[in-house]
Design a binder for this molecule. Sequence first.
Ligand code: ATP
Ligand code: MG
Length: 253
Amino acid sequence: MRISRDHPRFVSLRIRELLVKGLQDGIVVPEGLLAHGRGEAFDYLIGERTGKAARRAIEAAGAALLTANSPVLSVNGNTAALVPGDVSKLASLISARVEVNLFHRSLDRERRIARLLSRYGLEKVLGVGANASEEIQGISSRRKMVDPTGIGAADVIVVPLEDGDRAEALVKSGRKVIAVDLNPLSRTSQAASITIVDNVVRAFPGLVRTVTRLKHMRRSSLEKITSGFDNKKNISMGLAEMMAYLRRWRMKA
Ligand code: ATP
Ligand code: MG
């Protein structure tokens, strides 16, 4: 289907189209479409733009990634379908490893995702098949298996569209967890160390821009950014922004 750029819901329709194509290509699973539905409802409530709180979280995440010893980007089907280029760009900017980690695991889908990312310049994708040989304690789904050289060895990990169990377990294991989740109330958002309440299609390009800007800063300045960031407070400020946005709608009604 051709969507006209003038269509008022062009961006939203384009995202849906990418996910449907991802489903046809064996990258996305049907459950991923449902997860997206939940996400886009929240996107509506924040005005489909990156607010102040999200920008602050992106800055803290950028600083945390640049000061990490072993940063890892965890990628699932929806993320691969929506932002493969930005995953690759971000990984090369911060020398991060990229690992496939799926809730609905299959070797075929892991390989397809790795192949898709390699078309966007990523030479190595971890977590495919038997390479995910280490178990993270406290997770019941098959997401518990990770690559010992990737998430297994990571100190900072970016988890877009995560499920709550794994986010909680990764935080418990002592890792710094950066979540990208449109729902500020999800267990993932509540458990993460830094929660970016924004759509991955805006958050990832935002992370790429931010890391490019912060890259030449001194380590001490970057550490000041991360230590000055309070996640609970930031989520609460994001909710206040959301309510202010809804209040403006109430005035219009
Ligand atoms: P949790 O397990 O953390 O409590 P959940 O069970 O409500 O969350 P899941 O189905 O596990 O949700 O994960 C999907 C999450 O991803 C949802 O919170 C949804 O808001 C979010 N999400 C979906 N699409 C996007 C997107 N494009 N950008 C950012 N977040 C998204
Ligand atoms: Mg869940």
